[in-house]
Design a protein around this ligand. Structure first.
Ligand SMILES: Cc1cc2nc3c(=O)[nH]c(=O)nc-3n(C[C@H](O)[C@H](O)[C@H](O)COP(=O)(O)O)c2cc1C
Length: 174
């Protein structure tokens, strides 16, 4: 698959995953794609814990009770060191998002499926609970969970607004 095919094929998958493990070699390749992402001042503040231990996966599923988390053979947990990297400014959200998009594209390229889980982490200290479970330093922020594996049902691409409604050459509105 070329890059543009991968971009077109990627979609959020929230259903149950097949009961087949994702080999560590694939997990490493997927997360390496996230590590390759650009970051502000090359600060590289986005980091990952790749969970494939069934006991830990079950603990996460207790905290985030979603079909994808209950069945995923692996979950990539993305968190950030929120230190300032440029003139007193920190860019953890931007760095994390850039990495996660690369990860999702790599997931798709290798034939797996995933979903960006974010909102669910922001209530009831869910992000903190996951961070403590995985030994993430207290000062860091757990931002995104990516349950992944082989999908059991076909994916569906959501529609996008046409180019003309979202992008213009030279001047807003064309
Ligand atoms: C910042 C951000 C937060 C998101 N949070 C969630 C979430 O908490 N739960 C969820 O199911 N999907 C979440 N998503 C996935 C979006 O719902 C999804 O990308 C969007 O509906 C477009 O669908 P697609 O990914 O299939 O193209 C999030 C995506 C982004 C970029």
């Amino acid at each position: 698959m070329d890059l543009f095919e991968v971009i077109a094929k990627r979609h959020s998958y929230r259903g149950p995953f097949a009961d087949t493990p994702v080999p560590r070699e694939d997990l490493r390749r997927i997360v390496q794609a996230g590590i390759q992402a650009p970051s502000a001042v090359n600060g590289q503040v986005a980091q990952f814990v790749i969970v494939d231990d069934p006991k830990l996966l079950a603990e996460i599923a207790k905290i985030v009770d979603r079909p994808a988390c209950n069945t995923a053979p692996a979950i990539i947990v993305c968190f950030t060191d929120n230190r300032e990297v440029y003139k007193g400014i920190a860019f953890p959200v931007e760095d994390c998002a850039a990495s996660v998009e690369n990860v999702l594209l790599a997931v798709t390229a290798l034939g797996y499926a995933s979903v960006w889980l974010d909102g669910v982490l922001r209530v009831n200290d869910v992000a903190g609970q996951i961070g403590r479970l995985l030994g993430v330093p207290e000062a860091f922020t757990v931002r995104i969970l990516l349950p992944l594996g082989a999908a059991t049902t076909p994916g569906k691409q959501k529609k996008r607004l046409p180019f003309e409604k979202r992008a213009w050459f030279n001047r807003y509105g064309g």
